[in-house]
Design a protein around this ligand. Structure first.
Ligand SMILES: NC(=O)c1ccc[n+]([C@@H]2O[C@H](COP(=O)([O-])OP(=O)(O)OC[C@H]3O[C@@H](n4cnc5c(N)ncnc54)[C@H](OP(=O)(O)O)[C@@H]3O)[C@@H](O)[C@H]2O)c1
Length: 261
């Protein structure tokens, strides 16, 4: 196989939530593969320090403050990237949130709205604007950061509902936009050591349980997710669309059976 199919040289990528965690790891991997990378999030100083790291890899970088749930801010974000670099080849809808932990019987309306708006409405609105550009360009790749919690119900219920919705959004958009050579795929990570999940992995008891629940026996790090993103962003996956790649260290398959000593 010609390994240049994994190269992103000459491509322009936009990664939301690129200031830390999984988004940062993906942005840096894309830069290593040769792409110019724009990152967005709410806090500009955090974005700027990652943009510096990207720039040190010899590609162009851009940091743009933008709230994913606000449609007008997403339009401005896209206009800035397209205005400065002329195109967008890859979009990673990575920014996500889980503001409420507790029984749904007691959950309040704000928690539903906040989770839905950031995890589902925002990715749709941004994809819609970017797809308009990709259609004109003759194609592109959109990657949605879902979760295995969107495949099996979890104790963070609203989050699970949004990620299940994001998986269906992925398939619906892939079906509609394939005719424009826009591929739309999702990644479904298991637990990854980031700020979002620190209540789990920083707790010694819960953290050990979480590690033991996986076939590979440890909790993933952001770099564990970047390879799947590079595959889906690049021409190596040119015939893949509407797909969900699970990257969970074997959480869904579970640990080895215990046959006793
Ligand atoms: N960590 C896990 O265990 C895990 C597992 C499965 C899936 N995921 C998914 O992976 C994605 C990345 O999560 P992570 O674990 O890397 O989380 P993280 O470390 O908390 O990073 C979240 C990123 O999203 C940005 N963000 C949050 N709210 C935003 C908003 N309203 N508008 C724009 N940007 C926003 C944050 O920057 P600002 O705060 O500056 O806005 C930050 O860059 C999420 O979609 C998450 O659901 C994570």
């Amino acid at each position: 196989m010609n390994l240049s199919r994994f190269s992103l040289a000459g491509r322009v990528a936009l990664v939301t939530g690129g200031s830390r965690g999984i988004g940062r790891a993906i942005a840096l991997a894309f830069a290593d593969a040769g792409a110019d990378v724009a990152i967005s999030g709410r806090k500009l100083p955090d974005l700027e320090s990652v943009a510096d790291e990207i720039g040190k890899k010899g590609v162009k970088s851009m940091a743009v403050a933008s709230h994913i749930a606000r449609g007008e801010e997403s339009k401005a974000l896209v206009a800035k990237v397209k205005g400065e670099w002329g195109k967008i080849d890859i979009l990673v809808n990575n920014a996500g949130t889980s503001p409420y932990y507790g029984p749904l019987l007691e959950a309040e309306e704000w928690a539903w709205d906040a989770t839905m708006n950031v995890n589902l409405k925002g990715p749709f609105l941004l994809s819609q604007v970017v797809a308009g550009i990709m259609k004109e360009q003759g194609g592109g790749s959109i990657i949605n950061m879902a979760s295995i919690m969107g495949m099996v119900p979890s104790e963070i219920g609203f989050y699970s509902v949004t990620k299940a919705g994001l998986i269906m959004l992925t398939k619906v958009l892939a079906k509609e936009w394939g005719q424009y050579k826009i591929r739309v795929n999702a990644i479904a990570p298991g637990v990854v050591k980031t700020r979002l999940s620190e209540a789990l992995w920083k707790d010694p008891v819960k953290g050990e349980e979480a590690a033991k629940s996986k076939a590979l026996g440890y909790i993933g790090v952001p770099e564990d997710i970047a390879g799947a993103a590079l595959f889906l962003a690049s021409d190596a996956s040119s015939y893949v669309t509407g797909e969900v790649i699970v990257v969970d260290g074997g959480e869904l398959v579970g640990p080895a059976p215990d046959y006793g000593a």
